[in-house]
Design a protein around this ligand. Structure first.
Ligand SMILES: Nc1ncnc2c1ncn2[C@@H]1O[C@H](COP(=O)(O)OP(=O)(O)OP(=O)(O)O)[C@@H](O)[C@H]1O
Length: 247
């Protein structure tokens, strides 16, 4: 039987009178690649921060990896990985030192860290760069390294907030190979993106407009129901009704 690892019910966040995330209800299954889309200011980051246990909801319910977003935020943090565009990597440490540092933070043993270091240098093709400063790496490499570090502790879920900003489609595609591998290993991937080529790679997509989820289905089913041939067009049809923009 499939396992539900993210479950929200009417989850809402208000800032004063303004409702940033408005009563969102959805479920995500283990191993699923779930795309969380919406125009600027739609409320994606606000929602993701609640799911990661970083921001207390105003109302509604949510369980992440079985833990409650109001009372079990420390347990949530232990069971998830998180990567945003402003990576957590240290630019003035080498690749190897970054892996060792984050492995230590996540409580891996020295032996596990050594194994992960070897494995990551191989799978990321970073053999010749292990002793280079992260600040000197190309952006695409930094993104792959940041993702690998975010899942170094084999979390149940990894949250990715626009992980591939600023790189070309080929580099994005390589990044997505890592996402597929993680999903195959049973890690659930929750990803926000503005790139519609990436939306096509997701198992299911949620589309947010002005704080609400306006559509939720597989890319194929969404294209069929909107009677269009690309996710770009689905997005356009939904997002053009939006009244908000980011400030
Ligand atoms: N701390 C806050 N106080 C007041 N308003 C906020 C706060 N955080 C976010 N907002 C507002 O909530 C709305 C949703 O913001 P959010 O960052 O969640 O959108 P987003 O979908 O992630 O947008 P983007 O794609 O631009 O990152 C925006 O109008 C924003 O200005």
């Amino acid at each position: 039987m499939s396992e539900i690892v993210i479950k929200t019910e009417q989850l809402t966040k208000r800032f004063g009178d303004f409702i940033a995330t408005n009563a969102i209800t959805f479920e995500v299954q283990k191993g699923e690649i779930f795309g969380f889309l919406g125009a600027n200011g739609a409320g994606k980051t606000t929602a993701m921060r609640m799911l990661c246990g970083l921001s207390t909801p105003s109302s509604g319910k949510a369980k992440i990896a079985g833990f409650d977003v109001y009372h079990e935020t420390e347990k949530i943090k232990k069971n998830i990985g998180y990567m945003s565009q402003k990576f957590s990597l240290y630019e003035d440490l080498t690749v190897k030192e970054n892996i060792q540092f984050f492995g230590g933070i996540y409580g891996l043993s020295d032996r596990e860290i050594a194994e992960k270091t070897q494995m990551m240098s191989r799978t990321l093709g970073l053999e010749t760069a292990m002793n280079k400063m992260v600040g000197d790496l190309p952006l695409g490499w930094k993104q792959k390294l940041a993702f690998s570090v975010a899942i170094i502790h084999q979390p149940k879920i990894v949250f990715l907030d626009e992980p591939t900003g600023g790189v070309d489609p080929v580099t994005r595609r390589q990044f997505w190979d890592l996402i597929y591998q993680a999903a195959e290993d049973g890690i659930t991937v929750f990803v926000t993106t503005h790139y519609m080529d990436e939306a096509e790679y997701c198992d299911r997509i949620s589309m947010m407009v002005d704080g609400e989820i306006k559509a939720l289905d597989s890319p194929k089913a969404l294209k069929e129901s909107f009677n269009v041939s690309s996710m770009d067009e689905v997005f356009y049809q939904l997002a053009r009704a939006a009244t908000r923009s980011s400030d």
